[in-house]
Design a protein around this ligand. Structure first.
Ligand SMILES: NC(=O)c1ccc[n+]([C@@H]2O[C@H](COP(=O)([O-])OP(=O)(O)OC[C@H]3O[C@@H](n4cnc5c(N)ncnc54)[C@H](O)[C@@H]3O)[C@@H](O)[C@H]2O)c1
Length: 270
């Protein structure tokens, strides 16, 4: 067990998983606990949330779990209160809530647009709204949000509501960072490109069939100059850095985890 978050209390929002295995939120929660944080994990899915809690406890970590709906302010406030009650403070809010969906402005319905913004952006706004008063009172705190390269670049196929919501998430994070910098509060985003997670495997299997999965996953990885997608570990360690005091002077910015994809203007053609 390391000590990069020793003495910290962290809330990890979205610490379950949509499909069996290691999601980004689960990986993060386990890593944060290994690094010494007391973690309050939250998710809408009770079963996978409990699995994450058991993993952490079996690993010797300190963990409490709250079932919640991230799109409800009162649920976000309950998580903050539960963290305070259990651990005495809220030093880190690690927000992992989000889900992509295909379609451009012609295909996406008004309801799908609203649902996507609620899940990917309003949930983060509520997380900030719930935790900021506590952090202000404490004299500090850290927000880390998991955004997406889709929020800063066209992702290759339309996912308009997700693109806009993740762009908004980056703006939200910057806004909080600047408004609260003088009160010891920091806010940053991790911006992953493609990540191999169970949810992605499930979705691509449903779209292309199990027989094509390997080829599709390989092609997805080749999007990155490194020739592979990110692992959940790649994302978790970037978030750990931003959540820890090691990044004490890093505020209102984004850490891109994509093997160089965003930095690349064009692929060689001759
Ligand atoms: N997988 C990728 O390629 C990729 C790339 C860039 C960014 N991201 C972002 O990373 C995050 C995690 O992705 P993942 O692939 O591990 O997905 P995942 O679906 O496994 O994890 C998301 C978690 O959020 C929970 N959740 C969903 N709606 C909720 C709600 N209303 N209230 C509370 N919890 C809710 C789910 O139950 C799940 O446990 C998302 O924000 C996603 O947008 C993923």
């Amino acid at each position: 067990m390391g000590g990069r978050l020793q003495g910290k209390s962290a809330i990890v929002l979205g610490a379950g998983t949509s499909a069996p295995g290691m999601s980004i939120g689960r990986h993060l929660a386990v890593l944060f606990a290994r690094e010494g944080a007391r973690v309050l994990i939250a998710d809408v899915d009770p079963k996978s949330l409990q699995e994450t809690r058991d993993m952490i406890r079996n690993d010797g970590g300190i963990c409490e779990a709250e079932v919640f709906d991230a799109t409800r302010l009162e649920d976000q406030e309950r998580c903050v209160a539960a963290c305070q009650t259990a651990f005495g403070s809220v030093d880190i809010v690690q927000n992992v809530i989000g889900r992509g969906g295909p379609g451009g402005p012609r295909e996406v319905s008004a309801q799908q647009w609203r649902d996507s913004l609620e899940l990917n952006l309003t949930s983060a706004f509520f997380a900030c709204k719930a935790a900021l008063p506590v952090m202000e009172k404490q004299g500090g705190g850290v927000f880390v949000h998991i955004a997406s390269v889709a929020g800063i670049r066209y992702p290759g196929s339309p996912s308009i509501s997700y693109q806009c919501a993740k762009a908004g998430l980056i703006a939200l994070s910057r806004g909080v960072a600047l408004e609260f910098a003088d009160r010891g509060i920091r806010s940053n985003c991790v911006v992953p490109g493609n990540v191999d997670t169970p949810q992605i495997v499930q979705r691509l299997t449903a779209m292309h069939g199990a027989d094509k999965l390997e080829t599709v996953m390989k092609r997805r990885g080749q999007n990155s100059p490194q020739g592979r997608s990110a692992t959940t570990q790649d994302v978790a360690y970037a978030a750990l850095f931003l959540a820890s005091d090691e990044s004490g002077h890093i505020n209102g910015t984004e850490l891109v985890v994509d093997g160089g994809k965003v930095a690349q203007c064009a692929k060689p053609y001759a």
